[in-house]
Write a protein that binds this ligand. Sequence first.
Ligand SMILES: Nc1nc2c(ncn2[C@@H]2O[C@H](COP(=O)(O)OP(=O)(O)OP(=O)(O)O)[C@@H](O)[C@H]2O)c(=O)[nH]1
Ligand SMILES: [Zn+2]
Length: 372
Amino acid sequence: MADVREEEDEEECPELVPIETDYNSQSVQIPVTIITGYLGAGKTTLLNYILTEQHNKRIAVILNEFGEGSALEKSLAVSHAGELYEEWLELRNGCLCCSVKDNGLKAIENLMQKKGKFDYILLETTGLADPGAVSAMFWVDAELGSDIYLDGIVTVVDAKYGMQHLTEEKPDGLINEAARQIALGDLIIVNKTDLIHQEELDELRHIVRSINGLAKIIETQRSRVDLSNVLDLHAFDSQTNENLQEKFCHMQTTRPHLDKSIITVTFECSGSILEEDLNQYLQNLLWEKNINNKSGNPMEIIRLKALVSIKEKTQQVIVQGVHELYEQEETSVNWESDTERLNRFVFIGRNLDKEILEKCFSAAVIKPGESS
Ligand SMILES: Nc1nc2c(ncn2[C@@H]2O[C@H](COP(=O)(O)OP(=O)(O)OP(=O)(O)O)[C@@H](O)[C@H]2O)c(=O)[nH]1
Ligand SMILES: [Zn+2]
């Protein structure tokens, strides 16, 4: 990594080269951004756009074909029958590309060996993939976790067909893939706006927001989006803390728009919680699934973010969750005073009931002034 930088900066006076802590630290962590979205929404168009834009990064692109029988149409990919993954291609700006057939982890390991050659990974999922399962790859493997981190999930929505994808009924009450992809997005790109009228666009935007009350929504044509909106989002680590604080102020619980629809629920609750009680609350919700809504249906959490106050900890703790996986991380931010500790939660999922979610958490909280 250092060699690459030196080559680049060869002509410059060394004293003027800014010190980037990332490059100086022992192990450089490489961010991975997952690009998801329904079939044909504009994911590859977005990848190509990112690669050709000015970004001063060496980007590795992984095209992910988990479980898909059909051949990739990608002009970027090279096909070699019978091989797990395919040749690396050199792209513009020294970027790299490879196509992953089955085992995402293997491909990333392969990538890691070439780590010196790039500093960002973009992973395009197939249109029907559950980005939650893909993002889990970066959470379950601790060793990998030390080299790569999940930066964010970008969901591309087809402005013309998005509504149709979202309203499609699934058998046996399964979650609609298009809705799940929106629920998991940290950034949602509503693409192909050239193909629809403003009123349709407003309606689609409204539905997207009703599903995900947390994500930033951007409208595009040909997936042309300012790269600062896509890369380095830090959506899954404690650097989001400030960001999250600010977002909470604007965010509210959304109302369902479609049948069995996915919504966002937010709430605040003051006080502190014992770590074991927090784990119990999250595990009841995510693992046991024994917290039901008023109709008796278990709540299904797809995405969760929270800022919590753990008893005896001076620092704010951030909780991140995707489906059954969750993680707590201490932030660098201290609580200002013991009396003003405010826990804040965002849940995105199905069959959610704000009142019940809040009540269950609140029951485990030690209110200011109370002793445990
Ligand atoms: N009219 C219009 N067409 C677009 C726009 N963006 C992309 N397309 C076209 O839509 C088609 C699908 O785009 P891709 O980028 O391949 O979509 P994808 O999500 O990667 O598709 P899959 O990988 O097959 O799921 C291509 O023919 C693009 O040229 C847009 O903003 N407007
Ligand atoms: Zn594609």
